[in-house]
Design a protein. Structure first.
Ligand code: PLP
Length: 377
């Protein structure tokens, strides 16, 4: 089955009992047992719920993994996966990742003795150099956030295999529509489904997919133990959004490509970061490992003051955190999504005060270009 068909017919299609084409919302906490321990496969909805399971099966199939899991947010998904590690374990993590992931690793999990070293994973030699005897996993995002650096997943997977490390990839930016990290050697794939998978700015959710069953058993144990599950109604809403993932991703990308090229042509704009540009340093890797470049663009508008002025003038780009929705969104990472990263660290990484990040929506791209043009002027 090809991905566009999988999005419609994958996972659990409809309901056998009634013939309903949409998976019903099982708004239920507990299930009748015919005798003690004799149940239908469902005992309690934290452990398992049919609506959530339909979503979990769908994401597992879309990512070509063995098991899928749905959580109440991307951060709940990430925290549950990191809880798999023990005191004294060490992780090698991308340095250009979602600010909340940096925060939970450096301010929460470090208190429990799980240490992280942050490196530029788009340079596999840096990953290799950071590995310690206590290292248990490599964690990365590609393309990265907000600078859209691309990491060669296959190369990092090779390093992980040779050192018996788990490779964890946050696939939020490209989604399984454009990129399948498990096919490239990853062991665990994570999503903030709040973004492209949901796609309509109406649900906060996280997903995890494991390559094999054993790691899947572990994640299920942790999901049930820690309890950060996605409720049935939100699971249904997410599946509803995912039906149109293909249509949306193609439109996001068409718009992003045109907008990126237009930004490059502007004399009043500094660096433009988009993996689909031939001038992007990782353009060739992006072509090799993914089927598309996505809908995220960052560009340098000069200084923080000009960036703020531009944001205050756009009409079709909504000033907001988040990304991946049908509406175009605009933000200044240094003061919004990445504000939890210390200023000196941000400067080292290249997240300048004038850096603007755009999530290109599905509006008519000519309207988007006109809007940015008047805002830049
Ligand atoms: C938003 C985001 C997260 C966190 O997900 P939430 O759903 O907001 O908890 C993690 N990773 C990436 C890449 C994100 O963009």
């Amino acid at each position: 089955m090809r991905i566009d068909t999988k999005l419609i017919h994958g996972g659990v299609f409809g309901d056998d009992r009634t013939g309903a084409v949409s998976v019903p919302i099982y708004q239920v906490s507990t299930y009748k047992q015919n005798g003690i321990g004799e149940h239908s496969g469902y005992e309690y909805s934290r452990t398992g719920n049919p609506t959530r399971e339909a979503l979990e099966q769908l994401i597992a199939e879309l990512e070509n993994g063995a098991r899928g899991f749905a959580f109440s947010s991307g951060m709940a998904a990430i925290s549950t996966v990191v809880a798999r590690f023990d005191q004294g374990d060490h992780l090698v993590v991308g340095d250009d990742i979602y600010g909340g992931t940096y925060r939970v690793l450096s301010k929460v999990f470090n208190r429990f003795g799980i240490r992280s070293t942050f490196v530029d994973t788009s340079r596999p030699e840096e990953v290799e150099a950071a590995i310690l005897p206590e290292t248990k996993a490599v964690y990365l995002e590609t393309p990265s956030n907000p600078l859209l650096k691309v990491t060669d997943i296959g190369k990092v997977a090779e390093i992980c295999r040779s050192k018996e490390l788990l490779l964890i990839v946050d696939n939020t930016f490209l989604t399984p529509y454009w990129q399948n990290p498990i096919d490239l050697g990853a062991d665990i794939v994570l999503h903030s489904a709040t973004k492209y998978l949901g796609g309509h700015s109406d649900v906060v959710a996280g997903l995890v997919v494991t390559r094999d069953k054993e790691v899947g058993e572990d994640i299920h144990f942790l999901q049930n133990s820690m309890g950060g599950i996605l409720p049935p109604h939100d699971s249904w809403l997410l599946m509803r959004g995912m039906k149109t993932l293909g249509l949306r991703m193609r439109q996001h990308e068409t718009g992003a490509r045109r907008l990126a090229e237009w930004l490059v042509s502007r004399p009043d704009v500094g660096s433009v970061y988009y993996p689909g540009l031939k001038t992007h340093p990782d353009h060739d890797i992006a072509i090799r490992q993914a089927r598309g470049f996505g809908g995220m663009i960052s560009f340098d508008a000069g200084d923080g003051k000009r960036a703020e002025e531009i944001l205050s003038r756009t009409r079709w780009f909504t000033l907001a955190e988040s990304l991946g929705a049908v509406e175009s969104l605009i933000s200044v990472p240094a003061r919004m999504t990445h504000a939890s990263i210390p200023p000196e660290r941000r400067r080292e990484l290249g997240i300048t005060d004038g850096l603007i990040r755009i999530s290109v929506g599905v509006e008519d791209v000519d309207d988007l270009i006109e809007d940015l043009e008047q805002a830049l002027r």
